[in-house]
Structures are given as C-alpha cells and as structure tokens.
Write a protein that binds this ligand. Structure first.
Ligand code: 5GP
Ligand code: MN
Length: 335
C-alpha cells in the first residue's frame, strides 16, 4: 500500500484498532494514544488494545481508561478486532510479540494493516510499513506518519503530550537515540503547547518508596560486575518479587544503572518471573545486544536495548550468559 492509499482509506470514518506490545512502556502507550487522539478528530471509531495492562504511572494520559487489555477482556478484544476496517501495529515488529491478540490478527488477511515501529528485523505482515530503526521511538514515527498524511495541523496539545511521553521514555530523557531531527520534532511539540517540564516531572518523578528500596537492594546485594568482560549483571529472584511486592513496571529502568559505570559496556538484568526468566539488556556504543538476545534468548529489540527470555531457570540462565561472554570478549572490549 502507498501512503496515498492509506490516506484514501482514512478519508472516511472507519473502525480502527491500534495494537501495541505486552508490558506496554511509555512509547507503546504514547504512540497508541497519540495516534488515537489524531484519528478520532476525523470521526474514526478507535480502540487501543494491549495484551497486558500498562503501569499506573501512565494513567494521567487522556483516554488511557479506554484502553482494552487482552488478558482481562479477550472476548471484547476479539470482537473489536474482527469488526475492524484497519489495524495498526505500533512499537512492535512481529505478531508473536502480542500473543493471543496476534493470533486473532494473523488470519485477517482482508483487513489493511499498518505497522509503525523502530525495532530491528520487522516481520513482513503489514500492508504499509513505516519502520525505521534509526528513529528514537515509535512516537517520533507517528509524528512522521501524521506529516506524511499532510495532517500536521491535527497534532494538537493532547496528541503532542502523548508523543512527547514516548520520546522521553524511549530516549531516557534525551540521553540516547537522539538526532537533530528528533530535537526539531520536540521543538515543534513544545510550540503546540506541550508542557515539557510538567510531563518530565510526571514521567520521571513518580516512583513509590518501595521502588527505590528495590533499586537499593539490587545495587547493594544483587549486582555482579565482571570487569574482564566490561559487563554488569543484576539478578532478581522469586523471593525478591515477594519481599518488594514487585508488580508490572517496577523493574523498569534498573538495568540502565549498570551502564552508569564508566567501564561497563553491557548491562544485563535477569528476573526470575513465575513462568519464565526474563532478560533485559543494555549496551553502549557498537555492542549489539539485539543479536545476542536473538541468538541466545529468544528475543530481540534494538542494538543498544533488547530483551529476551529463557525457560531454563534463573541459575542456569545466569550461567548461560556468563558462558557466552568469552565469545563476545573482543567486541565487549572493543578490540
Ligand atoms: P526491555 O528490556 O525494556 O524490556 O526491552 C528493551 C527492548 O527489547 C524493547 O524494545 C522490547 O521491545 C525489546 N524486547 C524485550 N523483550 C523482548 C523479547 O522477549 N522479544 C523481543 N523480540 N524483543 C524484546
Ligand atoms: Mn519504542
């Protein structure tokens, strides 16, 4: 499909579903609600669908209470998806990233699908793809998408606040994946009324006390540094989940602390969750964690921020990771 065909489809009110990934982060929510607030201006009926619920810290976002969660109301999700005229896939690159929601979408071959995403190696399931791995965030690409449709004037303050949120969260408040283009977009959003200081405060200064205690515990008791591989590892055990009452989103950001050590180039957070061991990786410079997660931990993501999982238990997974490090030594030491 060309952008002209997309524009033509969207020129009449349609039933539209916007889907994003499990454990939605600021970019998933921001891009979905940003696109939602753009589309409803043209009279479309729009549903936003996530496989699992989003962190409470984003509940200030306008109409976040309208979001449908597949884990909680699958029959309703199935109904709106089967009635959809257009389906958007935002901030994910493969239908298996959205579990049951993806299984419902896959057979809907007659329904135009539009993918907007910045993850590596997208699966080719969409009819129109705006996929750019150099983009800071899917929110940046939603901004581009609205411009491609010649609808820049529809980026009002609400759309802008949603897009700004994903940009802030995916760039770690403008620390990585930035570009001159991104700063121009952000300047444009501020000109449209986005209150950057207020939003940064809402997004970044929102932690309950227990999260700081968990962070302290991780850094003091659960962190291992392997200087010979410029690697830091934090493990979170099942018991930690109970002790610190860890809920969805509570471990967000912890992995980044490993990279704040000047001599660490690879940071790994390994979490013993009820059914899987979840892995989060971050890297500096050219070290590609997307390949590492793809090749060894069933995962993927971006060059410097990826994730994956294992079914082999915490101890085994940590050992597996450590055993892999010699293979990556030259790259880790940047030789
Ligand atoms: P995080 O570490 O914050 O959970 O995720 C970092 C990046 O890796 C995100 O862009 C996310 O989409 C991706 N990612 C995390 N877990 C997985 C996974 O299990 N599979 C794939 N393909 N990507 C993942
Ligand atoms: Mn993203």
């Amino acid at each position: 499909m060309t952008i002209a065909e997309v524009k033509s489809i969207l020129s009449m009110p349609k039933r539209i579903c916007i889907t994003s990934h499990r454990n939605p982060d600021g970019d998933a929510i921001g891009s979905s609600l940003g696109l939602y607030h753009y589309l409803i201006q043209a009279g479309h009926t729009v549903s936003v669908i996530f496989p699992s619920d989003f962190p409470l810290i984003f509940s200030w976002m306008p109409d976040s209470d309208q979001i449908l969660i597949s884990d909680l109301e699958l029959p309703k999700v199935r109904k709106v998806l089967l009635e959809a005229d257009v389906i958007f896939a935002l901030d994910y690159n493969a239908l298996d990233r959205i579990d049951k929601t993806g299984e419902i979408i896959r057979p809907l071959s007659q329904v135009p699908k539009i993918l907007i995403d910045h993850h590596r190696e997208p699966e080719l399931f969409a009819d129109f793809m705006l996929s750019d791995i150099t983009a800071s965030s899917t929110c940046e690409l939603v901004f581009d998408f609205i411009h491609l449709l010649n609808d820049a004037d529809k980026i009002n303050k609400t759309v802008g606040e949603c897009l700004y949120t994903g940009i802030v969260t995916d760039t770690g408040s403008f620390k990585f994946a930035t570009s001159p283009k991104l700063f121009r977009i952000v300047a444009n959003l501020l000109e449209r009324g986005v209150e950057d200081y207020r939003l940064q405060d809402l997004i970044n200064n929102c932690l309950p006390e227990k999260n700081l205690r968990l962070l302290g515990h991780c850094l003091a008791n659960r962190m291992e540094v392997l200087p010979e591989y410029k690697t830091g590892i934090i493990t979170i055990t099942k018991k930690d989940y109970e002790t610190f009452d860890i809920q969805r989103g509570d471990t967000e950001g912890i992995v980044n602390y490993l990279l704040s050590m000047s001599d660490v180039r690879l940071g790994c957070l390994i979490m013993e969750q009820p059914t899987i061991v979840k892995i989060s990786m971050r890297s500096k410079g050219d070290f590609n964690v997307q390949e590492m997660c793809r090749d060894h931990f069933n995962g993927g993501g971006h060059k410097n921020a990826s994730g994956g999982y294992s079914h082999q238990g915490l101890k085994f997974t940590v050992e597996k990771l450590k055993n892999l490090l010699p293979t990556y030594k030259d790259k880790l030491l940047n030789i």
